[in-house]
Design a protein. Structure first.
Length: 211
């Protein structure tokens, strides 16, 4: 099947300036969000303005600044599926783990726990799940090989990577995850991180000394 033409828009939301991404199949209008971290009314207005039929919410991990709009968006778009890596289940269920650092009291119930290497088909877009523990035990990246795009959450930033001093974080695991992603995906792959500007796999591999 021929890959559909897609649109990707980003909005920066919340007090920690989290990147939320809107990914839409231009032909069908179906799409998904990555990390709706805050400002649900703003995000819902954007969904409406883009005439997007929201099919899924993909979460790179369970920290409060990536999840605070999930329940409101799910209530407004009940047919969409909320997905997060299976290893992040403890984070999802315990507000002291996911929200304590920000002073929030927030939990949600995913519709589906995904696994490392799982292949998703959402809005006719093929997405591969990569478990990338380190920032949290259940962090994940979502890779769209047909478009050369990686949604990296807080695993990879522009000229940086995620912190490991929060609950379930591990510097050793993060370094292994960086090698897993930066050492194997094509160098031209565009990296769309959870905070800050865009980058590429090649740029970050060179910066981290992995090339």
């Amino acid at each position: 099947m021929e890959k559909p033409e897609i649109e990707i828009h980003g909005l920066v939301v919340g007090p920690i300036q989290t990147n939320c991404y809107f990914v839409k199949n231009k032909m069908t209008g179906e799409g998904f969000l990555v990390d709706p971290g805050d400002e649900p009314k703003h995000l819902l207005r954007q969904i409406e303005s883009e005439k997007m039929n929201l099919r899924a919410i993909l979460l790179t991990h369970g920290h409060y600044d990536h999840i605070l709009a999930v329940n409101d968006i799910k209530a407004a778009c009940p047919d969409c599926q909320v997905m997060i890596l299976d290893k992040e289940k403890p984070m999802v269920e315990d507000q002291s783990l996911n929200s304590g650092i920000g002073g929030y009291d927030y939990t949600f119930s995913p519709d589906r726990y995904v696994t490392d290497g799982e292949e998703l088909q959402i809005a006719d877009m093929f997405i591969r799940v990569y478990a990338t523990p380190g920032h949290t035990a259940g962090s994940a990246c979502y890779y769209l090989p047909d478009y050369g795009i990686l949604f990296s959450g807080d695993t990879i930033f522009q000229n940086s990577y995620g912190r490991t001093d929060l609950p379930t974080g591990s510097e050793k695991d993060l370094w292994e995850s960086l090698h897993k992603i930066l050492g194997n995906l094509p160098e031209e792959t565009r990296v769309c991180p959870g905070h800050g500007g865009l980058s590429t796999v090649g740029r970050e591999a060179e910066y981290e000394g992995i090339l």
